[in-house]
Design a protein around this ligand. Structure first.
Ligand SMILES: [Zn+2]
Length: 191
């Protein structure tokens, strides 16, 4: 992935930071730091760099390019996808943050694109978006209502808990549900 030279730039204009230098269009490596990911370097991003103070501005085409490169690099959900999933699940941004166990405004920042979710968080959100009953279970704190001992057989329990998965299981060995440690645990009688 390489960025095409932007067509709309502020090249040659006075630097808004020092008001002395001029902006020069050039390419630079852009580093993205996230608390949960290794540093990501996006090479060859077109920037407007001041020839006096070295401050840099990003043409809007470069900001879009950075978003795309980052999403590709981390298989990340884009702000638009994050918004679509949340709306499909029928909650607002604050509720979504709470349900996912995040700080109050985290989801707002992801949808704005000012911060990015980690790769593992994207996996988690993809699952919730795909299986609304799992989201509902999480939102309702389903684990709080479950008994330590199960009265149903593992097969019945699995089909009841995950009807969509049970229906789409195309393995030849359909008499046994896929191994699920949570279900094995539910068979243990703690009484
Ligand atoms: Zn400057």
């Amino acid at each position: 992935m390489t960025q095409k030279k932007p067509t709309t730039t502020m090249e040659g204009e006075k630097c808004p930071f020092c008001a002395k230098g001029r902006l020069v269009l050039c390419q630079a490596d852009h580093r993205v730091i996230s608390p949960e990911e290794p540093e990501i370097v996006i090479a060859g991003v077109w920037v407007e760099k001041c020839d006096e103070c070295n401050e840099m501005l990003f043409p809007s085409e470069s900001s879009r390019y950075i978003d795309q490169a980052l999403a590709q690099e981390t298989e990340q959900l884009t702000p638009t996808q994050l918004e679509e999933i949340r709306k499909r699940l029928g909650v607002d941004q604050t509720e979504m943050s709470e349900i996912l166990g995040l700080g109050g405004r985290t989801y707002h920042r992801w949808e704005k694109g000012s911060q990015y979710p980690s790769r593992s968080m994207c996996c988690y959100i993809r699952i919730l978006g795909k299986f609304p009953f799992a989201f509902k279970w999480l939102r309702d704190g389903g684990w709080r209502h479950e008994k330590a001992t199960a009265t149903l057989s593992p097969q019945a329990n699995f089909e009841k808990s995950f009807p969509d998965l049970a229906l789409t299981d195309t393995n030849a060995n359909t008499t046994h549900p896929p191994f699920n440690p949570a279900i094995s645990f539910s068979k243990v009688n703690f009484g």
